[in-house]
Design a protein around this ligand. Sequence first.
Ligand SMILES: [Fe+2]
Ligand SMILES: [Fe+2]
Length: 313
Amino acid sequence: MDIDTVKERAGPREFGPGDDMPREYREAATRMIQFHANSEIMGAYIERPFIRQAPSLDRKLAVSAQVQDEVGHGQLLYRAAEELGIKTREEMLDELEAGDGKFLNCFHYPLDDWYELPMIMFFVDGAAMRRQATLKRTSWEPYAHAIDKICFEEGFHIKHGEDILRTIATGSKRDRERLQAAFEKWWPRILQFFGPTDDQSTHGEFAMEVGLKTMSNDDLRNAFLNAYVPKAKKYGLELPEYPRVEYHEADDYYEVYEEDLDWEEFFTVAKNEYPTGVGQIEKRERAQAAVEWVRDAIESPEQGGVSPAAADD
Ligand SMILES: [Fe+2]
Ligand SMILES: [Fe+2]
């Protein structure tokens, strides 16, 4: 299939492993899905410390289930990307470990305390849900298929995040102050979730033309703002002065001043050059190293390990 045919036929779940897709499409889809998969894995790493820090057994169980979900989402997505024939799942995981894998800006920053957790579990997952819901109509069918399951589980994550937010927001004055501080720190990063404005986005236009993306960064950011500014207010959170967010009363919608967002930091973070991002990647690297001996034992029976086949004897 040539690229013009792809653009003509592009529609929801139109293409799959049985189609002869041009390399340009397969590379673009791999880039997009790998980014998404990496983000799920890094999301798990950022949430993981809160299994230990959760204030009650119920919260511990819920956070632990959520971390497992995120790892599962990553695996589903690597499989969907693998079927494009550009990279294997192992190659993508190795790239992530080596610091060459790109992932969401928000997951480059550590979460410092429990008050910051709903910034990820409610606002970032809420933003993710906005984007993912539109991806049920992506043109690469295995991606759309993975998204069905991801959206189902992500719905629970947002409910859980909102429950944590509500508990803190209805707590003591001190709780509310700490929540507000966490919000002010995270809000600009959250607004950058959808990536650069459409005119700065490198791959956005092509992805729209071939049906991989169905909504632009700017439209998604606006949709998110209009849904989540009222929610933030509902829990008593006040928007910081910057980035400025304007409310257009006549049309009942919010708009952010794009120029108030720090795009230089965003692009530094995206290149894995931000110090905290490196810290997150090292955790991934250490986890990989910690299980290396298990892989060796399974794969190299002559080194004293037992291969799955030998175990049957
Ligand atoms: Fe997820
Ligand atoms: Fe999630």
